[in-house]
Design a protein around this ligand. Structure first.
Ligand code: AMP
Length: 460
């Protein structure tokens, strides 16, 4: 099936051709005709399915058809997203898809200048992509007005709830007109999300794509059991192996991400960290170096990595396992984008075994175990001693001391349905050994019963 069968207008087909998309993804095929008809939509799908185009393309067509002009400070379409990265990416996509339809697109999110937001909104925009907190600030200060919103999109609603945006979302619901079209997307659909969706959507069409298991099936996955203290050495070996083009490494905490970057630098491997303590320019720089392949190793926390859309991520390495199994599926979905295949490697310490079990239960797969190389301890010691020489201290025992025991996991019913920017040389590319390759890490904190609150978001 081609895009033209979905009823999309010529300027949009032209934009799709410019992007080189040959045919719609399943969510685009199922959602676009309904959105074009003006129906509300409940989309159960995660990043990587092509859902952005599924809501942006038909919405642009409707905005063009209704031919209204935005009033100063108003927007005609409002897209709410949980993180700045996701908001930026949605806006970038909207600009691409709307390039022949003359759409004015703006983003507002925390960490950027509020004056710039004011300027961007002053003449009104067609499409506004926003994180909830900053948007409310702007509305309350009179710099944004939502009364002209024709289309409202909530993207990654489950993440917004996890980040404590529930009150903000309810507030925004009161600021937009009752008569509007609403498109509500979430990767998972627990009761809390279903209840939230009911407050926004009216007689929706439901489109459910890619239950958690499907991504997991497309990605080649391994797990290696390894002591926490040896993970850094295993990571170094893994990254030195040939075949790693672009690797996303997941840690549980911001501090953990910084430590991994530092220790890798000590082994001559350049990487960058991306997490909530980094400034917006730092995050953007790390992402663009990663995208360009200049520093092809990015160490991220779960929240910071949400919505990262980079094609060509060859490996996802779970340095620590997440204690919320859906998070694992989100993580490994960063590779295997839009139908490509990828490799996910997990490093599992003893206290993370229960998390592994939960993941296997959710994905309905047993993850293949890869033993450590026979001479792993020798190699690990060699790596540690070179690092000592490089950075003048032995970080491993310190790392071990600092590590907090993983918290017992809260009961969480799985949703079954569904180097620092030094830009050094890619030293691993020259190495010949494959380093075993386990993956998965994470442990630690999970969703705290749907609450979280902004303070917990800020800590990730
Ligand atoms: P999303 O789920 O919206 O984050 O999209 C995931 C990735 O798939 C993005 O890199 C899109 O540019 C890409 N994509 C979206 N639709 C298509 C399509 N029909 N064909 C090929 N790639 C697509």
């Amino acid at each position: 099936m081609s895009f033209s069968h979905l009823g999309l207008a010529a300027p949009l087909l032209e934009a799709l051709a410019a992007k080189g998309y040959a045919e719609p993804t399943p969510i685009q095929r199922d959602a676009i005709p309904h959105v074009l008809e003006g129906r509300d939509l409940l989309g159960i799908a995660q990043t990587g399915t092509g859902k952005t185009a599924a809501f942006v393309l038909p919405s642009i067509q409707r905005l063009v058809a209704s031919a209204k002009r935005p009033l100063p400070t108003h927007c005609r379409m409002l897209v709410l997203a949980p993180t700045r990265e996701l908001a930026s990416q949605i806006a970038e996509s909207a600009r691409g898809y709307g390039k022949f339809s003359r759409m004015v697109v703006a983003t507002v999110f925390g960490g950027t200048s509020i004056n710039k937001n004011r300027q961007d909104l002053s003449r009104g925009v067609d499409i506004l992509v926003a994180t909830p907190g900053r948007l409310i600030d702007l509305v309350e200060q009179g710099y944004a007005n939502l009364a002209q919103t024709e289309i409202l999109v909530l993207d990654e609603a489950d993440q917004m709830l996890d980040l404590g945006f529930i009150h903000a979302l309810k507030k925004i619901a009161r600021m937009v007109p009752r008569k509007r079209q609403t498109l509500f997307f979430s990767a998972t659909m627990p009761v809390a999300i279903r209840e939230l969706s009911a407050q926004f959507i009216n007689d929706p069409v439901t489109v459910s794509i890619k239950p958690a298991a499907t991504t997991a099936e497309r990605v080649e996955q391994h797990v290696t059991f390894v002591n926490q203290a040896e993970k850094q050495a295993l990571l170094t070996l893994t990254l030195r192996a040939p075949g790693i083009e672009r690797a996303l490494v997941f840690t549980r905490t911001k501090h953990g991400a910084d430590r991994v970057v530092k220790l890798l630098a000590g082994n001559g491997i350049a990487s960058n960290a991306i997490h909530g303590n980094k400034s917006q320019p730092q995050r953007e720089r790390a992402l663009s170096l990663f995208k360009a392949g200049d520093v092809p190793i990015l160490v991220a926390t779960d929240i910071a990595a949400r919505g990262i859309d980079v094609s060509g991520v060859s490996h996802v390495i779970n340095f620590e396992l997440p204690n919320v199994p859906e998070q694992y599926v989100h993580r490994i979905g960063r590779t295997a984008r839009a139908g490509a295949s990828g490799i996910a490697i997990a490093f599992c310490a003893d206290d993370e075994r229960p998390y592994l079990k939960d993941i296997e239960k959710l994905t309905r797969q047993k993850i293949e175990q890869r033993p450590l190389p026979a001479d792993f301890m020798q190699q690990a010691n060699a790596i540690k001693s070179t690092r000592v020489a490089a950075i003048g201290a032995d970080p491993a025992p310190r790392e071990d001391r600092q590590r907090q025991p993983a918290r017992p996991r809260a009961t969480h019913a799985p949703q079954a349905t569904r180097g620092s920017a030094q830009g050094g040389p890619r030293t691993y590319a020259n190495a010949s050994r494959r380093g075993g390759g386990g993956s998965v890490g994470g442990g630690g904190r999970g969703r705290s019963g749907g609450g979280g609150g902004r303070s917990s978001a800020a800590s990730r």
